[in-house]
Design a protein around this ligand. Structure first.
Ligand SMILES: [Zn+2]
Length: 178
């Protein structure tokens, strides 16, 4: 599961990879609402004792699928929030490729999920908190932004990062007390 999450989750201030020279990323109210839903899903993970990470996949302003981390309850090392959401999306779209979609995820994707998002042709990846230990969108590895792939998603970060990182920090603080 998400190794190394005992570190501090940083609020990401990186510029977008899409070429804007602005240092401040702008998100729409619609983006905020979707990330709020992803945070609700992260709470569901937390409620069953999982590291709180949630994800939603959106196309044409419609919710295509949602997921949250459930590696422990499913005994499935691949059941990260993004993986669960994209499996559900593939089924509901009856397609293994998911072009023109945006994923909102509360934590920077890991290497596995970054590969998944590229395979699935997700168009835009928006994550909240950065993960300096395992993040694969530039914090630790830079798989999502690599030009070596035949598909480059637009990657943006920092949306509701404080809320996501507080949820993670409090989760691990309680774990340490237990
Ligand atoms: Zn992952």
């Amino acid at each position: 599961m998400y190794p190394g999450l005992f570190t501090i989750f940083q609020v990401n201030h990186q510029p977008p990879s899409s070429g804007s020279d602005s240092l401040i990323q702008e998100f729409s109210n619609v983006d905020i609402e979707w990330m709020e839903l992803a945070l609700e899903l992260a709470s569901k993970a937390e409620a069953i004792g999982e590291v709180p990470v949630g994800a939603v996949l959106v196309r044409d302003k419609q919710l295509l699928a949602e997921g949250y981390n459930r590696v422990i309850v499913d005994s499935d090392p691949s059941a990260h929030a993004e993986m669960v959401a994209l499996r559900n999306a593939g089924k509901s779209a009856a397609n293994y490729r998911l072009p023109d979609t945006t994923i909102y995820v509360t934590l920077e994707p890991c290497c596995m999920c970054a590969g998944l998002l590229i395979h699935a042709r997700v168009k835009r990846v928006i994550y909240a908190a950065s993960d300096p230990k395992t993040g694969a969108a530039g914090s630790r590895f830079d798989i999502l932004n690599s030009l070596k792939h035949n598909h480059q998603p637009i990657v943006e970060s920092g949306l509701l990062a404080a809320a996501a990182s507080i949820m993670l920090k409090e989760f691990f603080a309680r774990k340490r007390e237990a």
